[in-house]
Design a protein around this ligand. Structure first.
Ligand SMILES: N[C@@H](CCC(=O)N[C@@H](CS)C(=O)NCC(=O)O)C(=O)O
Length: 363
């Protein structure tokens, strides 16, 4: 693997945790550097046009923002060992769990960070944005920088009214994951998949490293905490195998059912709302968000943002599903039936999107 990559990010960041876990497992030679205020101004904004981390700079000076695109980049350079399982059930489930980790578990991640760990988070933001300050001045700089993230929390659906439902769902998810990681090192055996990398985003920086959340995880779900450590510092990079025969561990089924019952209706609604938005706004660039819609967790309903980017990640799973034929397709449908996800097989995306130049654009 080529040397000399730079990853700009931070320990406190959801998506840096995902990229770091992947780069460490894939054996990429890289150096992680903090995304300080100066780096945002000198590198991140000039290279991609907006403030977002992590940003990977390759030795030939390509800038890649977006963890899925970073992973695709290295998987194309070195296809084996792959983080994409080859069995249809495992691969489809892996794509879906990336979508769940990236685009849905942001709800408990943000809730727990800002409800229980805000002082820790301000301090951590301070260390990154103002490394030359110290004490109260650094804390205040961190608090200021954190306001943008904190301001987004209600839009993501993590409102005080939703807190009991979010916590009930997350605690049940921890129990389900704990049962799974009792028997398996990773989601599909002894090798991490794209699904593991999706889940590590929320489950590392926010739900493991933030102290109050880490205590909850370690006491309630120690096998999950061990998986998080294994993901961040893989004991044996580039090794391991997916379970033989496209086996789908029974312990993953409740997790996928939870995803389908919570995120599923929002995914279906997004495809409809995005198509309607395009009709009303022909020839317009796709904005980051196109409105709000209802979501329900544990019987509690609130509103959250509609993000076109989410459809891009959904399309990756749907495109994979529609590439399957014959027995492989039938097997994938049986798997979807088993997790109450059959609706995905007939889900249309009338306004498909793709990624180009760090943006989500019409396909
Ligand atoms: N889909 C992107 C998401 C990256 C992302 O949301 N990064 C956060 C930090 S973990 C950020 O910089 N957010 C700034 C913002 O949302 O404006 C990826 O996979 O890299």
């Amino acid at each position: 693997m080529t040397s000399g990559h730079i990853l700009y990010g931070g320990q406190l960041s959801y998506f840096t945790g995902k990229a770091r876990a992947y780069l460490n497992w894939k054996g990429v030679d890289y150096e992680e550097r903090p995304a300080t205020r100066d780096i945002y101004a000198s590198t991140i904004i000039p290279r991609i046009g907006y403030p977002m981390i992590p940003l990977l700079i390759t030795p030939d000076d390509q800038a890649i923002q977006d963890t899925t695109e970073i992973i695709d980049h290295f998987e194309a350079l070195e296809p084996s060992p792959s983080v994409f399982p080859s069995g249809p059930k495992q691969r489809l489930a892996a794509h879906l769990l990336e979508l769940y980790g990236d685009e849905w578990l942001v709800i408990p991640a943000m809730h727990y960070r800002w409800a229980y760990n805000s002082d820790f988070a301000y301090g951590e933001f301070g260390k990154i944005v103002a490394p030359n300050l110290s004490g109260a001045a650094q804390f205040e700089a961190g608090k200021k920088a954190a306001e943008m993230f904190q301001g987004a929390v209600p839009f993501l659906g993590a409102t005080p009214e939703m807190a009991p439902a979010i916590e009930a769902s997350y605690e049940a998810l921890l129990d389900e994951l704990n049962a799974h990681f009792q028997a398996h090192d990773y989601l599909f055996g002894s090798r991490p998949s794209i699904g593991d990398f999706g889940l590590i985003g929320p489950l590392y920086a926010h739900l493991f490293r933030d102290p109050a959340s880490g205590e909850l995880m370690k006491s309630r779900a120690p096998n999950v905490a061990r998986w998080v450590s294994r993901m961040q510092s893989p004991p044996a990079p580039k090794t391991g195998a997916f379970l033989d025969g496209d086996e789908m561990p029974e312990t993953l089924l409740p997790i996928l059912r939870r995803m389908m019952s919570e995120q599923g209706p929002c995914l279906a609604d997004l495809t409809v709302r995005l198509a309607a938005w395009r009709k009303e706004n022909p020839d317009t660039d796709i904005p980051r968000m196109i409105g709000m819609h209802e979501f329900t967790v544990e019987g509690q309903t609130a509103q959250r943002v509609l993000l076109p980017y989410t459809q891009w990640m959904l399309q990756r799973a749907l495109d994979y599903l529609s590439s399957l034929t014959g027995d492989a397709h039938a097997t994938a449908l049986e798997f979807l039936d088993a997790v109450d996800g059959r609706f995905l097989a007939s889900l249309d995306t009338p306004a498909p999107v793709k990624r180009a130049n760090h943006k989500t654009v019409w396909a």
